[in-house]
Design a protein around this ligand. Structure first.
Ligand SMILES: Nc1ncnc2c1ncn2[C@@H]1O[C@H](COP(=O)(O)OP(=O)(O)OP(=O)(O)O)[C@@H](O)[C@H]1O
Length: 244
């Protein structure tokens, strides 16, 4: 049953192994409506795997992953509930952004009248009828973000959404995420750019070697750690720096 207290996004003791590699072990976090949670951690820490489990894209070996109190697969209207950016490299290179968004709208069962406004909002209108193979990384990232927003979701799961964005794009993304949360949406985003996370997220969870090693409210953590998240983050993960 969903109550007002049910988190929009929740992981309860998530566990995932690939062969002998434990990717995620006992990972728990939650994101209430109206909040932005930053998922931090070194390369290979388990951030993407946790997000993939939330979105039903990776099987779960232990624990539970819920959106509004239910596994993703049990949502009534997943495309209208959750928008995700996982891999901007997964776009078809021969399609234009407009074609990509129209096809994504059709697959999600949503009206494609939203495509042009999204192209405008993401600054892609001038390039909308060029093949995606001619796009820069930041432009592909904008297409991925536009796709995530197509169904007017109330939950966003964004893996490295600022990757490749220029300063104007980063500002635009920050404003978008803030406005989304201010309307009651919940956002889970991963990033390696700690200063950006400090600007955009209300709370953070730090994962290392598949386990949660710390977290808290960004305003409290930055106050406690001399004004930025870096010393907090490095204290938790610094000794283990390097790819797992
Ligand atoms: N499909 C897969 N098959 C085998 N191992 C995998 C697979 N996906 C992830 N892993 C392993 O699981 C661990 C966690 O990877 P994951 O991609 O979740 O990390 P991450 O925190 O997102 O890293 P990054 O910051 O580099 O994107 C790593 O050891 C990785 O090699």
């Amino acid at each position: 049953m969903t109550t007002d207290d049910t988190p929009a996004i929740a992981a309860y003791g998530l566990r995932k192994a690939y062969g002998h590699t434990t990717a995620v072990e006992e990972v728990s976090f939650s994101v209430p409506r109206g909040r932005v949670l930053g998922l931090l951690g070194p390369n290979g820490a388990g951030k993407t795997t946790s997000m993939r489990m939330l979105l039903g894209l990776a099987s779960i070996d232990g624990g539970r992953a819920h959106i509004h109190g239910r596994p993703y697969a049990e949502l009534d209207e997943p495309a209208r509930t959750v928008g995700a950016v996982l891999d901007a490299g997964g776009l078809h290179p021969g399609r234009t952004a407009r074609q990509h968004l129209r096809i994504a709208a059709s697959m999600a069962g949503v009206d494609d009248t939203g495509v042009q406004p999204l192209l405008d909002d993401t600054g892609l209108t001038a390039a909308a009828d060029r093949p995606i193979r001619t796009y820069s990384l930041g432009m592909r990232q904008r297409v991925a973000l536009a796709t995530a927003l197509l169904g007017d979701p109330n939950v966003l799961v964004l893996d490295e959404p600022a990757n490749g964005l220029d300063p104007a794009g980063t500002r635009w993304l920050r404003d978008l995420v803030h406005a989304f949360a201010a309307r009651g949406g919940a956002v889970l985003l991963s990033s390696h750019i700690l200063a950006e996370v400090a600007h955009v997220a209300h709370d953070v969870v730090v994962i290392d070697h598949g386990r949660v090693v710390g977290g808290g409210r960004v305003d409290e953590l930055t106050d406690e750690h001399g004004g930025d998240l870096e010393s907090f983050y490095l204290r938790l993960t610094g000794e283990n720096a390097g790819v797992i």
